[in-house]
Write a protein that binds this ligand. Structure first.
Ligand code: ZN
Length: 355
């Protein structure tokens, strides 16, 4: 993979970040979803962008009607009641602290504003460094460190802002089950997830392709443990990019978790920062090719601090114009079989190249 400098992007990159996200912590200092993650991510962002032009999205809390585009009113009210004070757990994996309510509402509101900014402009790229993460949160519950589904809220806000087709690419190592649930019967949001399988949360088999009017608009690329750059490169060239090209979304959002990195302590994939740079480059190119250039990266998981910093730097550098080619190379038979599974279920809906 060769990295090559390109013309820097002239338009400012929209950045979501706020120190109040750091007030969400479990109190012990031992939970992998910790405030130090954002410290590392900020270091990576700063290393990539330096004094480059950015525009900060002013953090604000999400409103009830915005949250209820993807969550049930009952869940939002129940969550508010639980988060009034102290420390505790919402479910076996998801903790809360005195700062959680404000952090979660600010994260959601900020990413909604980033999506609305994109919906009302062109050539706009964005990077949202936020906590708590969101893609496991389902319409009626918290799950897997996630309280409010930030990226689903962003997609729903873009739709409410007038965009007809939004795509979400989820490269977090875990399946984005919450996001899938929210748009499973909705053809106006194409959801593509690449994840380790079988693995937490247990969903995301290739046969899960959507329902009713949404059939064909959910794509699960369920990859075996130890998959590396070549497998992700092939998945992008053969499946992700052809589907996106055919769908022609007016906005691309990325559930950008970095826990498929080879250093991550929670998962077993073998990516490096260059693969994240390459995947980001390919999606940025596609957004440009589609004529609007709208693409936003929203932080999800990633639990090795060095890997997180390095990978955020790679994606932010790509957003600024540094180009990295998708990795090439031979796949193991079981990795090839995994891609063929997805192709098998989605071929009736999309023109997918045969390999
Ligand atoms: Zn994850």
């Amino acid at each position: 993979m060769a990295e090559a400098a390109a013309n820097l992007v002239p338009s400012p990159i929209a950045i979501v970040d706020d120190s109040r996200f750091d007030a969400h912590h479990d109190g012990s200092g031992h939970h992998p979803e910790c405030p130090e993650r954002l410290v590392a991510a900020r270091d990576g962002l700063r290393a990539a962008l330096g004094d480059a032009a950015t525009c900060s999205v002013t953090a604000r809390e999400a409103k009830q009607d915005e949250l209820c585009r993807v969550h049930t009113p009952h869940y939002v009210e129940r969550l508010l009641a639980r988060l009034t004070r102290g420390y505790g757990n919402l479910d076996p994996d998801t903790y809360f602290s005195p700062g959680t309510r404000e952090a979660a509402w600010l994260a959601a509101g900020s990413v909604i504003d980033m999506a609305q900014l994109m919906a009302s402009s062109t050539r706009q790229r964005g990077v949202a460094l936020l906590r708590p993460p969101g893609h496991h949160a389902v319409p009626t519950n918290s799950m897997g460190f996630c309280l409010l589904n930030n990226i689903a809220l962003a997609a729903a806000a873009a739709r409410a802002g007038g965009l007809k087709r939004v795509a979400i690419v989820d490269w977090d190592v875990h399946h984005g089950n919450g996001t899938q649930d929210m748009f499973y019967d909705d053809p106006s949001v194409l959801f593509i997830s690449l994840h380790q399988f079988p693995f937490y949360p247990g969903t995301g088999a290739a046969r899960e392709i959507g329902r009713g009017a949404g059939e064909g608009y959910t794509a699960n690329i369920a990859l075996p443990a130890e998959s590396g750059p070549e497998t992700y490169g092939a998945a992008f060239r053969e499946l992700v990019l052809p589907m996106l090209r055919a769908y022609a979304p007016e906005l691309i959002l990325v559930s950008a978790g970095f826990d498929a990195h080879q250093r991550d302590p929670l998962a077993s994939m073998n990516l490096d920062h260059q693969t994240y740079s390459a995947m980001a480059t390919s999606l940025i190119d596609l957004a440009d090719e589609l004529g609007h250039g709208r693409i936003g990266f929203v932080l999800e998981g990633g639990y090795d601090l060095y890997a997180l910093s390095d990978s955020v730097r790679a994606v932010a550098s790509a957003s600024r114009g540094l180009r990295t080619e998708l990795p090439l190379g031979k796949l193991h038979d079981h990795e090839r079989a995994a891609l063929d599974q997805t192709r098998h279920f989605l071929a009736p809906h999309w023109q997918l190249p045969l390999i």
